[in-house]
Design a protein. Structure first.
Length: 136
């Protein structure tokens, strides 16, 4: 018997027109590579929310990292809200994440949201690769 999460992933596979089915891995998550942006999907502990996460770009220690993270904090307070920017210590990177209500989620909504999420991640990734501190 498939879980609701697995069903959502299979429907998302069709929406994204993927050659393979998206599956839940041994960590109860699913990673999707969109061009050069990897997005991880997983349910929170209570299965109330779908967590969407991406580690965008590694930030070298120093003033540049501080400036990128300061600008990211400022971006967290801008409208429209797409995701929260943060520092992911495991790989010293700028990251972004969001929580979507799992009960009201379907493949159409998720596919649309992921398009926006990935586009923003790509813009920030490109900015960091160019040595900029934000996309502005």
């Amino acid at each position: 018997m498939r879980s609701k999460f697995q069903e959502l992933l299979l429907d998302l596979s069709e929406k994204l027109d993927l050659d393979i089915d998206l599956l839940v891995d041994k960590n109860r998550a699913c990673s999707i590579l969109f061009d050069n942006v990897e997005v991880q999907l997983e349910l929170d502990q209570n299965a109330d929310n779908l967590i969407i996460f991406s580690s965008i770009a590694e930030l070298p220690a120093g003033k540049y990292r501080e400036k990128v993270l300061l600008d990211a904090l400022k971006a967290n307070d801008q409208f429209p809200y797409i995701a929260t920017f943060s520092y992911f210590e495991l790989d010293a990177s700028l990251s972004m994440h969001n929580f979507l209500n799992f009960a009201s989620l379907n493949a159409d909504i998720l596919a649309s949201y992921l398009a926006t999420f990935v586009e923003l991640a790509k813009k920030y990734k490109k900015a960091v690769e160019r040595g900029q501190t934000s996309i502005l």
